[in-house]
Design a protein around this ligand. Structure first.
Ligand SMILES: *Cc1c(COP(=O)(O)O)cnc(C)c1O
Length: 399
């Protein structure tokens, strides 16, 4: 069994895939070919956002939006400690300081009720209000609250109503990290268009909508921001009519035409895949309730639909996760930990000076989560096999 079965998807889309890739080989415009604009139009229509600007990766999407806002030294950017490292890296790369805000353990997303506290702590330069990085604690340096990066972890939308209310009250920009949430919905709106100033997503092969390499996209309803992003991804050029006039320091940040062609083929089956993911998640939850009642099931934020990038459970506190994973692997069932180390405890971010217990929920999640195989192409009986193997491993380890 594969953790994410991309082969079965490929069999279904193969003819379309090959014909679209051949078209690119024929016209030969490998950089910024016609498929780029075609894909951007489709992605904008899919999300409902006015503008889509594709780019080289999800990581670069995050960084370029921050760069477009001139985020830099002295800026405080609020985000979750439980995410892929790229979320915090983008902040540090821009010269700003990540301010972590603990997660809600039932949804794994940033806890909106703690955000207000974290903003106050930065404003008052007081880590007794909420844990702050060393730069605030030791040097009494007042950072300027600039933006929030909410992450739709595992595909589960954040509580945008509350997050956006706080952002509005404190004049904060909002950058949705929808690398895992693309295709999900919040209060009827598609993610990447649910009220944030901008959104970033990733087309890394394992994401809900993935290409065959690296890729990403940025979304916004603000035409000026879209124009700046379009310029930034192409070395800061004025626009496509003035390729050699550069007005800002930019990036080599474009999506390849071939990847756009691949994504156009995948986008055609994406709505059906999202429905299949809902079905697979429902099936997992039913089986787990029956066969492994001790595990904590993933909860979807009220009023929303997850894209189910991951189906992630939490094991009982006493369970030996490594031993359970090993027992499942012996039966041919791959499992994964997203993420074994909360970002506030990563070596690369050690300079922030956070302490392990600053974010107890993120720490607990990192210690106890387990992701099960998840994709839209399960065959009958496969999910039963996963859950049975898990139940047996839990029972064996409890002995
Ligand atoms: C994958 C991911 C990214 C980075 O995307 P890449 O395309 O791999 O650069 C950023 N944030 C989150 C939450 C992700 O899951």
């Amino acid at each position: 069994m594969e953790f994410i079965d991309l082969r079965r998807q490929q069999l279904i889309i193969k003819d379309n895939l090959i014909s679209r890739m051949n078209k690119v080989l024929e016209h030969g415009r490998y950089i910024m070919g016609p498929e780029i604009a075609e894909l951007e139009n489709h992605l904008a229509a899919f999300t409902g956002a006015k503008h889509c600007v594709t780019c080289a990766s999800g990581s670069q999407a995050l960084e370029m939006v921050l760069a477009a806002w001139n985020v830099g030294s002295g800026d405080a950017i609020f985000t979750t400690p439980l995410s892929f490292i790229a979320t915090a890296e983008a902040i540090v790369r821009c010269g700003a300081t990540p301010i972590f805000v603990d997660i809600d353990l039932s949804t794994y997303d940033l806890d909106a009720s703690l955000l207000e506290k974290a903003v106050s702590a930065v404003q008052q330069v007081s880590s007794s209000v909420y844990p702050l990085p060393a730069i605030c604690r030791n040097e009494n340096m007042a950072l300027r609250p600039r933006a929030i990066i909410p992450v739709d972890l595992f595909g589960n939308p954040c509580d945008y109503e509350r997050l956006l209310a706080i952002a509005g009250a404190h004049d904060l920009l909002t950058l949705e990290d929808a690398a895992q949430g693309f295709g999900a919905k919040y209060h009827g709106a598609n993610l990447c268009n649910c009220g944030c100033t901008a959104a970033a997503t990733s087309f890394f092969p394992a994401k809900p909508l993935g290409c065959y390499g690296d890729g990403g996209a940025m979304f916004t309803n603000d035409p000026d921001l879209a124009a700046r992003l379009d310029s930034l991804r192409y070395h800061g050029r004025v626009d496509s009519a003035h390729k050699n006039e550069n007005i800002r320091i930019g990036y080599n940040g474009r999506l390849d035409t071939l990847q756009a062609a691949i994504l156009l083929a995948k986008l055609e089956v994406f709505p059906a895949e999202l429905r299949a993911r809902q079905e697979a998640a429902r099936r997992y939850s039913g089986l787990l309730e029956e066969l492994a009642p001790d595990v904590k099931l993933p909860e979807v934020t009220p009023g929303s639909t997850s894209s189910w990038a991951q189906y992630t459970i939490r094991l009982p506190d006493h369970a030996n996760r490594a031993a359970i994973m090993k027992r499942m692997a012996e039966k041919g069932i791959p499992t994964f930990i997203n993420y074994p180390i909360s970002m506030h405890m990563q070596k690369s971010l050690e300079f922030l000076g956070y302490k392990p217990d600053d974010f107890p929920n993120a720490k607990k999640a990192a210690e106890t989560v387990l992701s099960l195989p998840m994709h839209p192409y399960f065959e009958p009986g496969e999910q039963e096999k996963v859950v049975e193997a898990l139940a047996k491993a839990l029972a064996a380890e409890a002995r």
